[in-house]
Design a protein around this ligand. Structure first.
Ligand code: UDP
Ligand code: MG
Length: 317
């Protein structure tokens, strides 16, 4: 019998946990009929509500449910990594607890993987129904930008909902970086991925953990993690301004020689100084962004700290 592990990151999800359990239990029965048993790894990402109690209760009643609780909120990426290190399945899935990722797709995804043509079945939503217009606009712009400045393919509308083969997961675990941007890592490891599409499903209970600002910061993380184009852009910008300045110098020397030196034009001078100072600071900021990420990376801090778990054995973090 095969084993499938499903990793479910949860942060303040006391309202959704029960509903999720009910749905996934139904799927578990279907999978049993397909000769595949299921283990669910609930990762409590430092929730401040009763999520952990809910998890413990479920784990107590069901031997196939495991949980793992962080000492504080480390973020969804850390929760995914923790789940991946602890998953034992031949197939490893990843999904949200809020039922925005329809569990009903799982048996079909397993059938596709069993044909051995693909190492991963992933999902993307084809629309952004129910999402604020401005958020959709920026999300689209982000994916478009990434397509141009990064070698790694990051699919527009891709959800984290996916099921992967064991070797795909082993490859993911070889990437031990601290700044984890999973959407990029999935593309980076390669292999063949089959994409399933579905329409956006809105959250039934609880609320999204992603504010616009958090998403913006996340997209900057993604750019810094998977592209060095911004620093190259800064260098080109510097070169362009040098050329421009050189041309101006020639023009001004020529003009002074021909028409003398009228003392006018300090407002334009102030504008130019301000513009250049702004550009310099911007480029410095770009560099700083990469430097700070490198700083965090070389410290080699653990990606998460576990406070409590019912998963036995010591695992390599
Ligand atoms: N999540 C998490 N840590 C966080 C934020 C979110 O583990 O810091 C989990 C959350 O509990 C949910 C999933 O990540 O299971 C997706 O979060 P959410 O539904 O808020 O995001 P959205 O679907 O709106 O993108
Ligand atoms: Mg959600």
């Amino acid at each position: 019998m095969e084993l499938m592990s499903i990793i479910v990151p949860c942060y303040n999800e006391q309202e959704t946990l029960e509903d999720y359990y009910r749905e996934i239990n139904r799927i578990r029965e279907q999978l049993e009929n397909m000769e595949c048993s299921l283990e669910v790894i609930l990762v409590d990402d430092g929730s401040k509500d009763a999520t952990l109690d809910g998890m413990k209760k479920l784990a107590h009643e069901n031997s196939w449910i495991r949980y793992l609780s962080f000492t504080r909120n480390f973020g969804k990426e850390a929760a995914i990594y923790a789940g991946l290190t602890h998953a034992r399945g031949d197939w490893v899935g990843l999904m949200d607890v809020d039922l925005q990722d329809p569990p009903g797709l799982i048996p079909g995804m397993l059938s596709v993987l069993r044909e051995k043509e693909y190492d991963c079945v992933a999902t993307r939503r084809v629309d952004r129904k129910g999402e604020p217009v401005i958020r959709s606009f920026f999300a689209r712009a982000f994916y478009k930008l990434m397509r141009h400045i990064s070698d790694v393919e990051i699919v527009d509308g891709a959800r984290d909902f996916r099921i992967m083969s064991r070797r795909y997961v082993e490859s993911l675990l070889e990437l031990k970086e601290y700044n984890r941007f999973s959407k990029g890592l999935f593309g980076w490891v390669g292999y063949k991925t089959k994409w399933l599409e579905y329409e956006n499903i809105e959250r039934t209970k609880g609320e999204t953990k992603w504010s616009f600002f958090k998403l913006l910061m996340y997209s900057i993380d993604g750019i810094v993690a998977f592209s060095t184009a911004p620093v190259r852009f800064a260098a080109w910008l510097g070169l362009m301004f040098c050329l421009l300045a050189f041309t101006f110098i020639l023009i001004i020397i020529g003009r002074t020689l021909m028409f003398g030196d009228p003392v006018a034009g300090w407002p334009s001078l102030v504008c130019i100084i301000l513009l250049l100072a702004g550009i310099q600071l911007f480029c410095l900021g770009l560099l700083g962004e990469y430097l700070s990420k490198t700083y965090l990376e070389v410290k080699k801090r653990p990606i998460y700290l576990c406070k409590e778990t019912n998963i036995e054995g010591k695992f390599d973090k």
